[in-house]
Design a protein around this ligand. Structure first.
Ligand code: NAD
Ligand code: DAU
Length: 332
């Protein structure tokens, strides 16, 4: 039976992956997570203790990572500082976790000859114009915009260098914007849902014409599992589900699904350096590895996500005022 070490497994996408793996495979999972503001023990609640354990610690702790990596077959590396707006206000934790943390993992995997799958983002490619007929592919040049995406690009390049220089058994995936349960309420979709549930108005940056390519977190998990099973070592795979929508459309849809007038939102200060459009061409993953997304209907996936936040006020309620107070100091 395979033992996998999942970094950042108490966060949004990592915890959804851990649940997905326990439900769909016979692998055993150890989560290593620092439980930053974005990590939550409750995200792993309900998992059988003999299949999934949590170790609280920092991926930049070389002694801890050496010990943990040495007893596992594969590392799936989700841990990161993940929010663009935070990176614009205080970039340092992004360098510590996304760059140094990834370096520490690479060295531990190299020493113990352990397979690594590195989770990354489409933001490493920068952005596209709204009318550009092209989408990102595995050969699009790197051109990150924010401190967050620059550190993710740096971490990808470190993985590529360890593959080339040291023969590291590694794969990389770059995925588009995820939605689903357990996403931190600082992020766009859960922020707006919880604003409405909390009697606040949704907040749209600028004109809201920026496009994101939405994918359900379970489709991201199935793609990662597919790459673990069938991916070619040393290669990169883009993950996306043809879900391009602009922010204005999404905010109106959330309002409609929650029974509110579609114009009941505020335009607030735009993000500096705001990427205009992300769009993924996932042909390689689909044609070479046979993956396909299961969540074709964004509206119904979004409806389920709204229900999740409605039913889990205890998960987000205590943090809501502080998250909104932090945004308001930046007129957002
Ligand atoms: P998240 O912020 O919800 O979770 C990150 C997790 O990492 C948290 O549990 C946090 O406690 C943990 N963590 C942070 N620093 C750590 C450290 N030094 N040591 C150990 N644990 C640490 O993030 P997310 O949205 O779930 O993103 C997970 C990964 O997926 C990231 O690598 C991100 O770049 C990537 N990604 C995210 C998206 C998206 O739409 N959210 C899309 C593509 C790729
Ligand atoms: O593309 C993948 C990336 O998607 C991941 O690498 C990041 O970890 C993840 O956070 C996400 O980055 P974005 O910056 O696209 O996501 P965010 O949820 O912060 O914002 C989505 C869009 O919504 C973006 O255009 C900014 C806008 N926005 C965001 C917030 C928080 C608003 O209009 N209002 C808001 O309140």
């Amino acid at each position: 039976m395979q033992k996998i070490l999942v970094t950042g497994g108490a966060g949004f996408i990592g915890s959804n992956f851990v649940h997905y793996v326990v439900e769909n495979t016979d692998m055993n999972v150890t989560v290593i997570d620092k439980l930053t503001y974005a990590g939550n023990r409750q995200n792993l609640a309900g998992l059988p203790e003999d299949r999934a354990q949590l170790v609280v610690g920092d991926i930049a702790d070389a002694a801890l990572m050496d010990e943990l990596v040495s007893t596992h077959d594969t590392v799936v590396h989700y841990a990161a500082e993940s929010h663009n707006d935070n990176s614009l206000r205080d970039p340092r934790p992004f360098l510590d976790t996304n760059i140094i943390g990834t370096y520490v993992i690479l060295e531990a995997c190299r020493k113990h000859d352990v397979r690594l799958h590195h989770i990354s983002t489409d933001e490493v490619y920068g952005d596209l114009e709204l009318d550009d007929p092209n989408r990102f592919t595995e050969t699009t040049p790197y051109n990150p915009s924010s401190p967050y995406s620059a550190t993710k690009a740096g971490s990808d390049l470190l993985v590529r260098a360890w593959v080339r220089s040291f023969g590291m058994r590694a794969t990389i995936s770059n995925c588009s914007n995820n939605y689903g349960p357990r996403q931190h309420i600082e992020k766009f979709i859960p922020r707006q849902i919880t604003n409405i549930l909390d009697g606040r108005r949704p907040k749209l940056y600028g004109a809201g014409l920026n496009v994101r390519d939405w994918i359900h977190s379970d489709d991201h998990s199935s793609a990662v599992l597919t790459i673990l099973e069938k991916g070619e070592l040393g290669e990169t795979y883009l993950i996306g589900a043809d879900g391009e929508k602009n922010n204005l459309h999404v905010i109106r849809l959330i309002l409609r699904l929650m029974g509110e007038p579609e114009d009941a939102f505020d335009h607030v200060a735009d993000r500096v350096g705001h990427d205009m459009r992300y769009a993924i061409d996932s042909t390689r993953l689909r044609s070479e590895l046979g993956w396909a997304p299961q969540f074709g209907d964004f509206e119904s996936g979004l409806g389920d996500t709204i229900d999740w936040y409605r039913e889990h006020v205890g998960w987000w309620g205590r943090e809501k005022s502080a998250v909104e107070a932090a945004y308001s100091t930046h007129s957002q």
